[in-house]
Design a protein around this ligand. Structure first.
Ligand code: AMP
Length: 285
């Protein structure tokens, strides 16, 4: 029997809900943790779950306390954790951006040379500035970084941004992106017991692929098959099935979810009818 895999999940914060939803979507049936429960397990898979803060996940994985974990790419960089990124999870997307007060003259990251930059992400900030050859003074702060320029603590800030509305609300203007982040599945580097974690990576990956796709079905006259299939953005060959009515076929294809809205009117214009799109649960290419 294979050994049980331990997976560290974010116990609170922004990554908690989407991480939990992703795991649940794989069908592994994780046992819902109670309010203060730190551990649980999956009923139908050999996976034990440990609930810890997303910031602590990189260290737990690096030190081998758990086999794998879900955390933000920024948190791995900020802690300089030596872990292996196994899979990008497609949620928790944000970027580390440099911003200045709206009235400031700075236009790009290079304009921060010789100035003070407040951030709660000092390691990532120093590394990104050094990479760009910009010598600035980094002032580490632990919270409310947006008010640092107004308090005279710094000339600029570097912070994680997803929509940019917090920056705008605080009278700040972005001048460049230093780092792009999203939630990732990580594993311990040098781990030798790879079978269970490869399975977890594959299963999570199949759900992430599926989320980006829709199953499309429609009917069309058989003499227009070439016309409609020419506009289908599918990688593989679509399925063409004869209908009971002579001269009519049904076409099935997997298409990128993001393209559905622009595709439907083009199909209709080429004679497609009874068009359906369905969510896809799992997809293993
Ligand atoms: P938490 O502080 O536990 O809510 O989670 C913070 C993590 O969520 C960060 O380390 C990022 O990986 C991710 N994240 C996604 N969007 C944002 C954002 N707008 N601000 C801060 N963190 C974000």
């Amino acid at each position: 029997m294979s050994r049980r895999l331990t997976l560290a999940m974010p116990s609170k914060g922004r990554l908690r809900e989407p991480a939990w939803a992703l795991l649940a979507a794989t069908g592994v049936d994780p046992q819902e943790p109670g309010e203060r429960m730190l551990q649980s397990h999956c009923r139908n898979a050999d996976i034990d779950l440990l609930f810890v803060r997303a910031d602590d996940v990189p260290e737990y994985v690096q030190d081998g306390v758990v086999d794998c974990g879900i955390t933000g790419l920024d948190l791995i960089g900020e802690r300089a954790s030596d872990v292996e990124v196994l899979l990008e999870l497609g949620f928790g997307a944000c970027s580390l951006q440099a911003a200045v007060p709206r009235e400031d003259d700075a236009r790009e990251v290079g304009d921060l040379a010789g100035r003070r930059v407040a951030t709660a992400h000092p390691r990532l900030t120093r590394a990104a500035l050094a990479e760009r050859g910009v010598s600035a003074e980094v002032v580490p702060v632990s919270g409310s970084v947006e008010i640092a320029p107004r308090l005279g603590l710094a000339d600029a800030i570097v912070d994680l941004v997803s929509t940019g509305s917090t920056l705008r609300t605080n009278g700040l203007r972005t001048i460049g992106t230093l780092f792009e982040s999203q939630a990732v599945l990580v594993g311990r580097r040098g781990s030798t017991d790879l079978a269970a974690r490869d399975t977890l990576t594959m299963v999570l990956g199949s759900v992430i692929n599926a989320r980006a796709s829709r199953y499309l079905l429609f009917n069309v006259a058989s003499d227009r098959i070439d016309e409609v299939t020419a506009v289908l953005p599918t990688r593989g060959s679509p399925t063409v099935v004869d209908l009971a009515t002579p001269g009519l076929v049904a076409i099935h294809a997997l298409v990128p979810a993001a393209e559905v809205w622009s595709l439907l009117p083009r199909l209709e214009a080429r004679g497609a009818s009874s068009i359906l799109t369905l969510p896809v649960e799992r997809m293993i290419p």
